[in-house]
Design a protein around this ligand. Structure first.
Ligand code: B12
Ligand code: SF4
Length: 456
């Protein structure tokens, strides 16, 4: 007999927009039919999430609860809670309501800090590292033998934490479409411009020094055929009335031909949809042919995360493009009349007043070129770089003594916060006040822009 499986999206960043639980929809699609499955997002119940979860547990009575831990930072700003407290409370609640349930965790935050999560959340039976479409069904068949399923963290009879070894890579193009029927997209569409996600590929070929996505998904690009991607787009638009989508790929325009093929297919089928994605800045990844098709296919915003513009800093961050490419991004956007946003880091390795000034100069030039097509407010959200485990920047921070060798980096450690940061934050706050004032006036007039995207 199958299980009743409740897949729970645990707290994401509580001060931010809702995020459609695409990972859980993928997992649900790969559970054999003998299991009954539901998806429950605690973030939809902002006022009373614990009671809502308790109601769901009591009515559905799942034998398995799968918890998706996506973000590390989940507490509300200004709250006295630490970031584990809301997740801890949710897991304790599940244990209390259903003492015999098999509780599994997974998700990006879990995968980045697996051992730490297993230690801090003793209510978990098993934690699954990485993409789990193929392994969750295996685990349900082997609940008493998690060591036989690769990529699992579990406790042995003495309570010692064990790992069953690295899992094989998921063949992404062979996966089924995520089960959209289990999630009502309406609240996500209402929450933000970017909130219904779709994935055309997994992985990133680039090597940015601070990046943890490649630890999670690898450097090999695992692409879905364009027709298959657009079958899903079409179903989202026609069956689920999602006319605004966000491609969750690490980078949408590498390789450019895959992006072109997807756009052409959307246009050929006459699908009316607005969407956005993250783009790489190198001019070779933004050929005119791609720009033409992006525009025709409904891409309304080129979202770039260059992190810097200065060549020295781009080298330090191990970026695949240079200042000239950055100039090209606004030139090409202007030629094709596209909206653009950029996000930057504050205090990258080697930052000085000159390199910081380069960002401001660049933005001023881009603004002159693009006018209202440039969404400026990402400048106001410039943050120092968070150190994630398994990255070269974290390694560098340990080598240079910025953090201890055995630091688990879970509380929010940043690269080299210094005096420069405080000076810039002062300028940012002043600019933010001015910007928000202007935005409020614009919104009151009814000509504000939709919410934009900030890269993790
Ligand atoms: C796309 C994306 C976004 C988009 C989402 C758009 C949308 N409409 O969905 C936007 C721009 C909104 C966004 C915002 C943010 N994001 Co983001 N985002 C991503 C990205 C690139 C892909 C996520 C995704 O859609 N994956 C596709 C699905 C299919 O995969 P998945 O969810 O991981 O699920 C799989 C596995 O994790 C696992 N799994 C998941 N749940 C479970 C549960 C169980 C029980 C099991 C067994 C397995 C399992 O199986 C699933 C199927 O394979 C990831 C990076 C990455 N490598 O994943 C960052 C990432 C998730 N984001 C991150 C962050 C930090 C943020 C922001 C805080 C950034 C910011 N400062 O604004 C915000 C937070 C938003 C919020 N409200 O919480 C971090 C989270 C970890 C952390 N560092 O805390 C990540 C990992 C990036 C990183 N490397 O640091 N993000
Ligand atoms: S930061 Fe983005 S572009 Fe750079 S390696 Fe990571 S996913 Fe790729």
């Amino acid at each position: 007999m199958g299980d009743r499986v409740l897949l729970v999206q645990a707290f994401t960043a509580l001060d931010m927009e809702l995020v459609y639980p695409i990972g859980l929809s993928y997992l649900a699609a790969h559970l054999p039919a003998e299991h009954e499955v539901r998806i429950f997002d605690v973030n939809l119940f902002k006022e009373d999430p614990y009671n809502a979860l308790e109601r769901e547990l009591t009515t559905f009575q799942p034998s398995v609860v799968g918890i998706s831990l996506r973000n590390i930072k989940v507490a509300r700003p200004g709250s006295m809670e630490d970031d584990f407290a809301p997740q801890e409370r949710a897991i304790e609640l599940i244990r209390r309501v259903l003492p015999n349930a098999f509780i599994i965790a997974g998700g990006t935050a879990f995968s980045l800090y697996s051992e730490e999560f297993m230690r801090r959340l003793p209510g978990l039976d098993v934690g699954v590292w990485g993409e789990a479409e193929e392994r969750l069904p295996q685990l349900l068949a082997k609940k008493d033998r998690p060591w036989e399923v690769p990529g699992c963290y579990y406790r042995d009879a003495e309570g010692t934490l064990k790992y069953s070894g690295p899992p094989p890579t998921v063949d992404f193009k062979k996966l089924k479409h995520p089960r959209r029927d289990l999630v009502d997209p309406a609240p996500y569409l209402a929450s933000s411009f970017v909130s219904v996600g779709i994935q055309a590929k997994r992985g990133c070929a680039l090597h940015c020094i601070h990046c943890s996505d490649t630890f999670l998904l690898g450097h090999a690009l695992r692409k879905r055929p364009a027709r298959d991607v657009v079958d899903e787009v079409q179903s989202l638009v026609e069956d689920y009335k999602c006319n605004q989508l966000f491609f969750c790929d690490q980078i949408f325009n590498i390789p450019p031909q895959h992006a072109i093929d997807i756009c052409k297919e959307i246009v050929d089928r006459g699908i009316q949809v607005q969407w956005s994605a993250w783009f790489n800045e190198h001019r070779n990844t933004l050929p005119d042919e791609l720009m033409i098709w992006l525009k025709k296919a409904g891409c309304g915003l080129l979202s770039f995360s260059p992190d810097h513009v200065d060549d020295r800093m781009l080298r330090n961050l191990d970026k695949n493009f240079r200042y000239e490419d950055m100039v090209y991004t606004y030139q090409v956007a202007k030629r094709f009349d596209m909206d653009v946003e950029y996000s930057f880091f504050l205090n990258s390795p080697g930052e000085d007043a000159r390199s910081l000034f380069q960002i401001l100069k660049f933005l001023a030039q881009a603004k002159v070129h693009l006018g209202p097509r440039l969404r400026m407010f990402t400048l106001l959200m410039m943050q120092p770089i968070r150190l994630y485990p398994h990255t070269r920047l974290a390694e560098l921070a340990k080598e240079t003594g910025l953090v201890d060798r055995d630091h688990e980096l879970i509380e929010g450690q940043f690269w080299n916060p210094g005096a420069l940061e405080y000076a810039v934050q002062g300028i940012q706050s002043t600019a933010a006040v001015a910007y928000n004032l202007r935005r409020t006036v614009k919104n009151l007039r009814g000509d504000g822009n939709p919410v934009s995207v900030t890269r993790a």
